[in-house]
Design a binder for this molecule. Structure first.
Ligand code: SF4
Ligand code: SF4
Length: 299
């Protein structure tokens, strides 16, 4: 096998419900079982569920905060400069009152910089927590849990990624979709494994997700999950775009049953070990094709 240590391998999917986390945790388990140091980082902070399968003992938990401006209404002259400059419409200037909408604020600090009378100071607000520990097979574990109703997922995702430690292989579980949190998760990846299902909806969302990975210049391969035989539109798309299939996992009621029980598929259904062995081999080929080696700078 190629030396994957220190690499950032991100599991992504254009849409939810493709089995991305199942593949991610079993991939982590396979590598750890083969003797690699593995770290699993769950960046799906709105709905993290990797812990259900990796069963970590949580050893540390801490809050993540972002900057939020605080206006001293006594000092404020209602000049309106902060509201004009805020690109996120997080400040509304009313006669005699300047209102901050923390849920819209991106914590850029511009408003405090432009206030001519120093009426804005920098406070903080909590957006979620990070938990970390050790799971099955000694897999290092970290995930973020975004506060309910919180819109600012990106700062929390960056904090989860800050927990990466070498020489582990970093298996990074991305949120579904193609929005800012996905881009923040993909950024700095050595490879992305897109988990898809062979359906029209799956293909539609996969194409958008692969376009994002292309823009970020990240080597990309696909795992076809819940396969029921050939699906020509998917086959044709992958061929036309030179995207390799890294593994094919069939539709299997036993997988669904063990998933619903929080079981690790490779422990419960060990005949799938060969599928994950092929996944690693094909990932190695993908990385070799792109001339990749371990040790990309973290970002
Ligand atoms: S910190 Fe940035 S985003 Fe937040 S209110 Fe000020 S200017 Fe707007
Ligand atoms: S820039 Fe300062 S003084 Fe002007 S409205 Fe904003 S807080 Fe008030």
């Amino acid at each position: 096998m190629i030396d994957l240590t220190g690499m950032n391998i991100t599991m992504a999917s254009g849409k939810g419900g493709t089995g991305k986390t199942t593949v991610a945790v079993n991939f982590a388990w396979f590598l750890a079982n083969a003797g690699y140091p593995v770290q699993y980082l769950d960046c799906d902070v709105e709905e993290p569920n990797g812990h259900i399968f990796l069963k970590p003992s949580i050893q540390a938990s801490f809050a993540t905060e972002v900057m939020v401006p605080v206006v001293d209404q006594e000092k404020c002259t209602s000049c309106g400069e902060c509201g004009v400059k805020c690109q996120f419409h997080a400040i509304v200037n009313l006669p005699g009152d300047t209102l901050i909408f923390p849920g819209l604020c991106h914590g850029c600090g511009l408003c405090s910089a432009v206030c001519p009378v120093g009426a804005i100071t920098e406070g903080t607000r909590e957006i979620g927590i990070i938990e970390k520990g050790k799971g099955v097979k000694e897999i290092e574990f970290a995930h973020g849990i975004l506060n309910v109703g919180e819109a600012m997922a990106v700062p929390l995702i960056k904090k989860v990624k800050d927990e990466r430690k070498d020489p582990n292989i970093h298996i990074i579980d991305a949120p579904p979709g193609t929005s800012c949190p996905v881009v923040a998760t993909l950024n700095g990846s050595d490879a992305v494994i897109m988990v898809t299902e062979p359906t029209p909806f799956g293909l539609h969302d996969l194409t958008i997700a692969i376009d994002v990975a292309k823009l970020l210049n990240i080597p990309t391969g696909v795992v076809v999950n819940r396969d029921q035989g050939s699906y020509p539109p998917l086959d044709n798309y992958l061929k036309a775009n030179n995207i390799p299939v890294l593994a094919v996992i069939p539709e299997d009621a036993d997988i669904a049953r063990h998933y619903s029980q929080g079981d690790m598929i490779l422990e419960s259904l060990p005949h799938y070990v060969d599928t994950y062995r092929s996944l690693v081999t094909n990932l190695e080929k993908l990385l070799n094709t792109h001339g990749m080696r371990a040790g990309r700078t973290q970002s």
